[in-house]
Design a binder for this molecule. Structure first.
Ligand code: G3D
Ligand code: MG
Length: 276
């Protein structure tokens, strides 16, 4: 008798530019593109994979959350990490900074928000590694440190991309009957973040929350960010103001005038007020 497919939420994390969006695109539609399109907010894709042993295969439907890796968008990132059953943590083999960010930023965020959940480390852009042996050794060290599989991937050539997602599926399956361990840990102090990035993050998160979730809200936010001319890497106050007004216009189709006004005032308060 066929078993019900196993549905899981997985999230890709890692600094901006390491190749998260490219890995998802390669895995889900088997394509690669050189254009750099900054992920705005969160994009959710789906793909079914067979995991487990050959004799006991299970169909797993992965709901894959690709999230903006830019530092400071902690609200957007938190929404994606919460409730995830597995995480693919990505760094770029040519960037020591992106590798260090795993210890300093991404792992503490996962543990704080989701606990010790199944994970796989992907050392991406293996096609650019100057010294492949060294890259493998370093990845092996990190994989030991976090007790998880470590896989050298290339979204560009496609090398090991599917293996990385499958390994994550296997980890999730294996952990399915164990309770998630929660650990208390002190989050290392984070570098100060640009105030306008924090304001943008808060508005995006607030809008999605009030629209009933990321899957409904984020595509709208993404479109309105574009129309407002807001660059998520360096938002200006003017563009944020335009965004707030645009979101209020969108809300006319969904909400009562008093609520729209309250939302607009609250968001303008974050932009102009002293608190953020
Ligand atoms: P992100 O989603 O983590 O921010 P992207 O990263 O997937 O947007 O990729 C950032 C840049 O790295 C893009 O190129 C992309 O083409 C490139 N890239 C992603 N994966 C690989 C890979 O495996 N090998 C190589 N050589 N490049 C990769 P640009 O040049 O536009 O910045
Ligand atoms: Mg991206």
């Amino acid at each position: 008798m066929a078993r019900e497919p196993f549905k899981v939420k997985v999230v890709l994390l890692g600094d901006g530019g390491v190749g998260k969006t490219s890995l998802v695109r390669r895995f889900v539609v088997d394509q690669y593109s050189d254009d750099y399109i900054t992920t705005v907010g969160t994009k959710v894709s789906k793909k079914s994979v067979n995991v487990g042993s050959a004799l006991d295969e299970v169909e797993m439907i992965m709901q894959i959350w690709d999230v903006l890796g830019q530092k400071g968008y902690s609200g957007v990132q938190e929404t994606a990490i919460k409730g995830a059953q597995g995480v693919l943590v990505v760094y770029d083999v040519t960037s020591a900074e992106s590798r260090r960010a795993i210890d300093d930023y991404w792992m503490p965020a996962v543990w704080r928000l989701a606990g010790v959940i199944p994970m796989v480390l992907a050392a991406n852009k293996s096609d650019l590694a100057e010294d492949r042996v060294w890259a493998e050794e370093y990845l092996y060290f990190l994989a030991q440190k976090y007790t998880c599989p470590g896989i050298l991937t290339s979204a560009k050539t496609g090398d090991k991309v599917e293996s990385a997602f499958k390994a994550l599926g296997d980890q999730i399956l294996r952990a399915a009957h164990h309770a998630v361990k929660h650990i208390d840990l002190v989050t290392p102090p984070q570098e100060p973040v640009d105030r306008l990035i924090r304001v943008t993050d808060k508005i995006m998160t607030d809008f999605c929350y009030r629209m009933g979730g990321v899957e409904t809200g984020m595509p709208i936010v993404k479109r309105q960010l574009g129309l407002a001319g807001l660059d998520v890497r360096a938002p200006t106050a003017e563009a944020i103001r335009a965004l707030i007004n645009r979101l209020a216009t969108v809300e006319q189709d969904f909400k009562a005038p008093e609520e729209i006004e309250a939302n607009r005032d609250r968001r303008l308060g974050w932009l102009d007020g002293p608190d953020l």
